[in-house]
Design a binder for this molecule. Structure first.
Ligand code: FAD
Ligand code: NAG
Ligand code: NAG
Ligand code: NAG
Ligand code: NAG
Ligand code: NAG
Ligand code: NAG
Ligand code: NAG
Ligand code: NAG
Ligand code: NAG
Length: 614
C-alpha cells in the first residue's frame, strides 16, 4: 500500500515526473517567456505547440481542477455529470434574464476543469461551412482565416479513428477530408440505435429535395443530413487535456501548469518600447491560488511569494501574455484590467488603462429549441436511463471493454444542416445573415431520446438557429474581479432569429411527415402542428435555450479598424505583448458547434506566436 500512496502524493504535489502543479508553493518560478491564462480547449493547444521549442518556457494558469481520474469527463454518456452547474467542474454561471426568451435566465455552462469546455462538452465534431471561414477572412482582411488556408489546421488537430464498435463506416463519412495523425480523436458513433437510424436515413430517400443525404458535413459544404462525428476515441472523450497535454508533453522541462489559479487581472501596465504604435504593455498576471486565504495559509510557500497579506500572486511573461480563458473569462479579465469601455469602467470605479469599447460586446450565440414524440418502440435511450438494471449493465460494459451505449454522449445519431427557403418572408425583416448559399440557417439533431425526463420511450429533433442576428454582451457586475460577470446572450433580441427558428421547427415537422415514420412516431409531447405561426413563435421564445457556443466577445477586426478587440494576428489592439487566443476572437458564431473552430484558432494562433519569436 505504501507505494501507491506515495505515487499519488508525488503526482498531486507535482514532484518529480509530473509538472501538473496542485500547489503554488511547489511552482519553481513566477517568470516565464509566455504565461497562458486558462488551460482550456485553446490554452492547452498553445501550451503544447509553444513548448515544442525547448528554449521557450511556458506557464499555464488554470482556475479549475485536473481532469485526470474524473470518470464523468471520460465516459461520453456521463458528460452531464461534469457539465452541469452545481458540479465541481462548472463555473456555475447564469445569464441575466433574456427578454427575447420569455425572460428566462439560463444556466450558462462553462468548464472549470483542465481542458475547459473540451473536458465537459457534448463532443459533437462539426467544422462549419467553408463560407464561415471565408467570411472571417473578409471581415478581418486576412486570407489566413479563409477555409482553404485554415483547412490544414483542421487536419493537424484531428486523429480520425474507428468507432468503438468497429462497425463498417464506409458510406458514413468522407476519409478525404479528415486528418489521421492529430491529437484529437474523432469518430462516428460507436453504438448503434439501428431502428431509429434507419428511419432517419430512409427519410433522406423519401424526401430528398428537402433532406438530402450528405456523405460528410465536415467537408466545408454541410447542407443535408450526415452521420454525426464526435471527439471520441476508443469509447472515451478526447479533449485538449487528453490530446494535447499528454504525460509526455507535461514532462517537457519548459512547461509548467498550475491548477486552482484564478486570474483576476493583468497588472503593472507600463509604457512599452513600441511607442506610439502599441503604447501599453502589462508586466504581470495577477492570480488567486486556491479557494480562499485560509486555504493558502496552510501551505508553506517555498518559491512563489504571495503579495503581502493576501492569497494573490503575480506571474510575469517576458515575451507574451496569452489570454485563453474563453469567451466569458477573457473579456472578464480584460475588463478587470481596465481594458474596455471607459464609461462603463468609470461607473464601477475602475481606472481605464485602454478605452477599447468592443471588449465583451458582439457576443454571438445559437438558440436551441426542439420537439419530441413518444414512439412505438423500446429501442431508445430511456431503455437505459429508466431501467437501473440496464444502466448498471451498460456502465459495466463500458468499464470492462469500452463498448456499449456509454461510448457515445446521450446521442444524436445524425445532424441536418438546412436553409430557410429563398422566398421566406423573414428576409423582409433582415437580409440573409448566413455567409453564403452553401451555409445553413438551421441545425437539426436527431436523437433517440427525450431530454426533459418524461417517462416512456421518445425521440427528439433538437433545432438550432445557427446564423443568428442577435448579439449579447459580457460586462462587469462589480469592481471585485472575482465576482461573476453579467452574461447577456441577447437570445432572440432580434426578431429575425425567433421567426427563423419558427421555420426551422416547421422543417423538423416536415421531416416527420416522411412515410417511414408512420407507425413508429406516436403522439408529440407538445402539439405544435395545431399552433398558428404566431403561437409557434411564442412557443419558440418560451422553449429555447443557449447552445453554449458563444463567441465574439474579443472579436477580430482589420488592423486599424475603429471597432474590435484583436487584430487578425490575435494581438490586442493598442497593447504590446498581449494576445487573445480562444473562441472569443471569432467575430460571428460559425454554423457549427464551436470546438473545432476553437481548435483551429489555437493551432493557427500558435503558429502566429512562433513566427513572431523565431
Ligand atoms: C455544455 C457544453 C456543451 C458543448 N458541446 C459542444 C459540442 O458538442 N461540440 C462542440 O464543438 N462544442 C461544444 N461546446 C462549445 C465548445 O466546447 C467551446 O466553444 C470551446 O470549447 C471553447 O473553448 P475556449 O478555449 O474558448 O474556452 P474554454 O474551453 O472554456 O477554456 C477556458 C479555460 O480558461 C479557464 N479560465 C477561465 N477564466 C479563468 C481565470 N480567470 N483564471 C484562470 N483560468 C480561467 C477555464 O476554467 C477553462 O479551463 C459546448 C460547450 C458547453 C459549455
Ligand atoms: C460550482 O458549484 C459547485 C457546487 O457547489 C462547487 O463545487 C464548484 O466549486 C462551483 N464552481 C465554482 C467555480 O465556484
Ligand atoms: C419581461 O420582463 C419585463 C420587465 O420586467 C416585462 O416588461 C416583460 O413583459 C416581460 N416579458 C415577458 C415575456 O414576460
Ligand atoms: C505589480 O502589481 C502588483 C499587483 O497590483 C503590485 O502589488 C506590485 O507592486 C506591482 N509591481 C510593480 C513593480 O509595480
Ligand atoms: C460588432 O461587430 C460589427 C461587425 O460585425 C461591428 O460593425 C460593430 O462595431 C461591433 N460592435 C461593437 C460594439 O464592437
Ligand atoms: C422491447 O420490446 C420487445 C417487443 O416489442 C420485447 O420483446 C423486449 O423484451 C422489450 N425489451 C425491453 C428491454 O423492454
Ligand atoms: C431492464 O433491463 C433488464 C436488463 O437488460 C431487462 O432484463 C429488463 O427486461 C428491463 N426491464 C424493462 C421494464 O424493460
Ligand atoms: C470497473 O473496473 C475496475 C477494474 O478495471 C473494477 O475494479 C471496478 O470495480 C469496476 N467498476 C464497476 C462499477 O464495475
Ligand atoms: C415559396 O416558394 C415555394 C415554391 O418554390 C412555394 O411553394 C411557397 O408557397 C413560397 N412561399 C412563400 C412564402 O411565398
Ligand atoms: C525557438 O525559440 C527561440 C527563442 O525565442 C528562437 O530564437 C528560435 O528561433 C526558436 N526556434 C524555432 C525553430 O522557431
Amino acid at each position: 500500500m505504501l507505494i501507491p500512496a506515495f505515487t499519488i502524493l508525488a503526482f498531486l504535489s507535482g514532484v518529480g515526473f509530473c509538472k501538473l502543479y496542485e500547489d503554488v508553493a511547489e511552482l519553481p518560478a513566477l517568470e516565464y517567456d509566455f504565461v497562458i491564462v486558462g488551460g482550456g480547449t485553446a490554452g492547452l493547444v498553445l501550451a503544447n505547440r509553444l513548448t515544442e521549442n525547448s528554449s521557450v518556457s511556458v506557464l499555464v494558469l488554470e482556475a479549475g481542477p485536473s481532469n485526470v481520474g474524473v470518470l464523468d469527463a471520460q465516459v461520453p454518456f456521463l458528460a452531464d455529470g461534469v457539465a452541469n452547474n452545481g458540479t465541481p467542474y462548472s463555473w456555475n454561471y447564469t445569464t441575466i434574464p433574456q427578454s427575447g426568451a420569455a425572460n428566462h435566465s439560463f444556466d450558462f455552462l462553462r468548464g472549470y476543469i483542465l481542458g475547459g469546455c473540451s473536458s465537459h462538452n457534448g463532443m459533437a465534431y462539426t467544422r462549419g461551412a467553408a463560407a464561415d471561414f471565408d467570411r472571417y477572412a473578409t471581415l478581418t482582411g486576412d486570407q489566413g482565416w479563409s477555409w482553404n488556408q485554415i483547412f490544414p489546421y483542421f487536419l493537424k488537430n484531428e486523429g480520425w479513428t474507428a468507432p468503438a464498435d468497429h462497425h463498417d463506416t464506409q458510406g458514413q463519412y468522407n476519409p478525404a477530408v479528415h486528418g489521421t495523425d492529430g491529437p484529437i480523436q474523432v469518430s462516428i458513433s460507436g453504438f448503434s440505435w439501428s431502428e431509429f437510424e434507419q428511419h432517419v436515413i430512409q427519410t433522406t430517400n423519401e424526401l430528398p429535395d428537402d433532406f438530402p443525404f450528405n456523405l460528410d458535413m465536415n467537408s466545408g459544404k454541410p447542407l443535408g443530413i450526415s452521420w454525426f462525428q464526435f471527439t471520441i476515441g476508443g469509447g472515451e472523450r478526447s479533449s485538449s487535456a487528453t490530446g494535447y497535454l499528454t504525460p509526455a508533453v507535461l514532462q517537457r522541462p519548459n512547461l509548467d501548469v498550475l491548477l486552482h489559479a484564478q486570474v483576476s487581472k493583468l497588472v503593472n501596465a507600463t509604457q512599452s518600447r513600441a511607442v506610439p504604435v502599441e503604447p501599453l504593455a502589462f508586466q504581470g498576471v495577477e492570480f488567486k491560488y486556491g479557494g480562499s486565504a485560509v486555504f493558502i495559509s496552510t501551505h508553506v510557500t517555498k518559491h512563489a511569494t504571495a503579495l503581502a497579506g493576501s492569497s494573490l500572486y503575480v506571474a510575469k511573461a517576458s515575451k507574451e501574455i496569452i489570454l485563453s480563458a474563453g469567451p466569458i473569462g477573457t473579456p472578464h479579465i480584460l475588463l478587470n484590467s481596465g481594458v474596455g469601455d471607459r464609461t462603463a469602467l468609470q461607473a464601477l470605479g475602475i481606472s481605464t488603462v485602454l478605452d477599447l469599447p468592443s471588449v465583451g460586446k458582439n457576443a454571438s450565440e445559437h438558440p436551441y429549441s426542439g420537439l419530441s414524440w413518444a414512439v412505438n418502440s423500446n429501442q431508445t435511450v430511456e431503455s437505459i436511463t429508466q431501467n437501473a438494471t440496464r444502466y448498471n449493465e451498460a456502465f459495466a460494459e463500458w468499464n470492462n471493454s469500452h463498448t456499449g451505449p456509454f461510448v457515445d454522449p446521450s446521442p444524436g445519431t445524425h445532424a441536418a444542416w438546412l436553409r430557410l427557403s429563398d422566398n421566406s418572408s423573414v428576409f423582409d425583416i433582415h437580409p440573409d445573415p448566413s455567409p453564403g448559399p452553401d451555409a445553413p440557417h438551421f441545425e437539426i439533431i436527431f436523437q433517440p431520446a427525450e431530454y426533459t425526463g418524461l417517462s416512456g420511450n421518445f425521440v427528439s429533433m433538437v433545432v438550432a438557429m445557427v446564423s443568428p442576428v442577435s448579439r449579447g454582451s459580457v460586462t462587469l457586475s462589480s469592481a471585485d474581479p472575482f465576482a461573476a460577470p453579467l452574461i447577456d446572450l441577447g437570445l432572440f433580441s432580434n426578431e429575425f432569429d425567433a421567426l427563423a427558428l419558427t421555420e426551422g421547427i416547421q422543417l423538423a415537422l416536415k421531416f416527420a411527415t416522411a412515410p417511414t415514420w408512420n407507425g413508429y412516431l406516436g403522439a408529440p409531447t407538445v402539439d405544435l402542428t395545431s399552433m398558428s405561426q404566431a403561437e409557434l413563435t411564442a412557443h419558440v421564445r418560451a422553449n429555447s435555450g443557449p447552445g453554449y457556443h458563444v463567441v465574439g466577445t474579443a472579436g477580430m477586426s482589420p488592423r486599424g479598424a475603429q471597432y474590435g478587440v484583436v487584430d487578425p494576428d490575435l494581438r490586442v489592439k493598442g497593447i504590446a505583448g498581449l494576445r487573445v487566443i480562444d473562441a472569443s476572437v471569432l467575430p460571428i458564431v460559425p454554423a457549427a458547434h464551436t470546438q473545432a473552430a476553437t481548435y483551429v484558432v489555437a493551432e493557427r494562433g500558435a503558429d502566429l506566436v512562433k513566427q513572431s519569436w523565431s
